[in-house]
Design a protein around this ligand. Structure first.
Ligand SMILES: Cc1cc2nc3c(=O)[nH]c(=O)nc-3n(C[C@H](O)[C@H](O)[C@H](O)COP(=O)(O)OP(=O)(O)OC[C@H]3O[C@@H](n4cnc5c(N)ncnc54)[C@H](O)[C@@H]3O)c2cc1C
Length: 527
């Protein structure tokens, strides 16, 4: 296994459980990829990359016994909170009735619409849900395999009505902005939906395909398989991957950090093993890569060992990460304007700063032209309000996810612009929590370039490739190779660049391991 991100660890655990001798090699000194907890100042630890567990598959939690290995998640309640300038901070609760009551205060008509649309979305999400832990439809299957595939996919959509097909088409291809404008009247309600949906991917809210997030966020997650689950992880996101590493080791896998792989050895169209940066060679008949598809195929395998058509397709994957992350230690808790005085610390643990659909669209427009937007969309989590053990008494750890920013700046370099990005993030936060800039004791600004350097994400893309419809399902990572296998025999892709994509889900790792075990069974059955 090349890489110990959460998908690599998940796959390794399943492979070891399935009886394979499994070795995981991670380039960094810390395991977990983008799902880690790291010290950002003496005694203060933060989830330096991903920061909320929303779609971690319940099956993975159960199969790998992550709870027994120490994983504890508490639902984010509220799951979202948007402070409005000069007004109230509006929460979105895990309990639907509470959210409806909040919306009713903003617009009674919108509250009624929400109930109707939410029912619709929940029904539609159930049709897609099974594909999460299954390979995507194989549109190239022929003969009997093609018939069986048509039956499998058809079964998943059994009972879907004509109206639901039309609704599905709207959510898969339409824009979030158009959808919200068509159905809701209150700008505040629309902004709440926006804050809950377009996340980490390319495109402003009026870009076709941006409505997809409405469906994705209703796929179930967490221990109890709840639709729309958002969880804080005690100990930070690294607690997930620590538990996964313990599970993998428990099943017999060897997991080694500080072991960067320089090359995947391919000869005669078949994988032979890997070569480490320190020159060591390790033979293996099966290699899985948890690195992203660009890094895996163009970097570790090399173009010469691959069909030119495939190389062209991999080169064409849209990466170009549009996000950044700022992690900070504060000497006092942010005092957010409009935050209800009755809220407990854990209820005060998150807030999202995005003004409106237009604001987000303008922000993306600037970023896509290579500019650092004048104002930023910032999603803040005060992790210590839920888990005070992350910092010394009296200190607070706040992580801030930032979009949209360009990977390629039109002028200057990110090394020159890093401080300016940090300044603009603080400026945005100060509009709603004026005490924050003066409370900063330590701050780490991770530009898209830093995400690339630190986490090994090509062009800083947090999902190993943009989550747009043309890069999903049977087109992920590229058309024709969506089933974890690759043109190199014995080499598989198991990270977020494979179906069903990014986020801390464990799904690509789970599915890839299943494919490897199936292929292995087939080979030994034939022998
Ligand atoms: C800033 C940020 C915020 C995010 N926020 C969230 C969030 O709140 N919730 C959520 O669900 N998702 C979030 N995500 C997305 C999510 O974290 C990722 O999509 C997911 O963790 C990817 O997991 P992975 O295991 O597929 O890959 P990765 O986590 O990228 O792991 C790949 C591993 O392979 C290793 N590797 C690469 N090359 C080599 C090599 N040559 N040799 C050895 N090892 C190698 C890397 O070092 C890395 O450890 C966020 C991501 C980022 C960066």
């Amino acid at each position: 296994m090349v890489g110990a991100g959460h998908n690599g660890l998940t796959a390794a655990a399943y492979l070891a459980r399935g009886g394979m001798r499994t070795l995981v090699l991670e380039r960094r000194d810390v395991l977990g990829g983008c799902c880690v907890t790291e010290e950002i100042a003496p005694g203060s630890r933060a989830s330096t990359a991903s920061y909320v567990a929303s779609m971690l598959r319940p099956e993975v939690i159960r199969d790998l016994q992550l709870r027994a290995h120490g994983l504890r998640m508490v639902p984010c309640s509220p799951s979202l909170l948007v402070p409005f300038r000069g007004g109230a901070a509006v929460p979105w609760w895990p309990e639907r009735a509470r959210t409806v009551a909040e919306l009713r205060r903003l617009s009674p008509a919108d509250a009624d619409t929400f109930v109707r649309v939410d029912d619709q979305l929940r029904r539609l999400a159930r049709y897609l849900q099974p594909f999460f832990l299954e390979p995507p439809p194989d549109v190239h299957a022929q003969g009997l395999a093609g018939v069986l595939e048509a039956v499998r996919v058809g079964r998943r959509f059994r009972g879907i009505s004509g109206d639901e097909i039309a609704q599905m088409a709207v959510f898969l291809t339409g824009s979030l902005g158009d959808f919200l404008d068509r159905h809701y009247e209150s700008e505040a309600v629309k902004t709440l939906f926006l804050a809950n949906n377009v996340y980490g991917k390319h495109g402003g809210p009026y870009q076709p395909g941006s409505a997809l997030g409405l469906l994705f966020h209703l796929l179930s997650g967490g221990e109890h398989e709840e639709q729309g689950f958002y969880g804080h992880v005690l100990g930070g996101m690294g607690a997930i991957t620590q538990a996964m590493a313990a599970a993998a080791r428990g099943f017999g896998a060897e997991v080694v950090a500080g072991a960067p792989v320089a090359r995947i050895d391919v000869r005669g169209g078949r994988v032979r093993g890997v070569i480490l940066e320190d020159g060591r060679e390790i033979e293996a008949a099966t290699v899985l890569s948890n690195a992203d598809p660009r890094r895996t195929f163009l970097g570790l395998v090399g173009e010469a060992a691959l069909p030119s058509e495939f190389v062209r397709a991999v080169r064409g994957i849209k990466m170009d990460g549009p996000c950044a992350k700022v992690n900070m230690v504060l000497g006092e808790e942010p005092r957010v304007g409009g935050m209800p005085a009755s809220f407990t610390p854990s209820e005060r643990s998150l807030f999202t700063l995005v003004d409106s659909l237009d604001f987000a669209e303008r922000c993306y427009d600037q970023a896509k032209r290579g500019l650092l937007p004048d104002e930023l969309w910032v999603d803040c989590v005060i992790a210590t309000n839920v888990d005070p053990s992350l910092a010394p008494p009296g200190k607070h750890v706040m992580t801030c996810f930032v979009q949209y920013v360009p990977y390629r700046l039109r002028e200057g370099t990110w090394d020159e612009q890093r401080a300016e990005l940090g300044r603009r993030v603080l400026e945005k936060i100060a509009e709603h929590a004026p005490n924050v800039p003066g409370a900063v004791e330590a701050m780490e600004v991770l530009t898209p370039l830093d995400l690339e350097r630190r986490f090994g994400l090509t062009e800083g893309n947090i999902f190993h490739g943009d989550l747009s419809l043309d890069q999903l399902f049977f087109m992920r990572p590229v058309a024709g190779w969506a089933r974890y296998r690759t043109p190199v025999e014995g080499l598989y892709l198991c990270g977020a660049g494979a179906h069903p994509g990014g986020g801390v889900t464990g799904a690509p790792g789970h599915n890839a391991a299943r494919q490897v075990l199936r292929d292995r069974g087939r080979r030994s059955g034939a022998a």
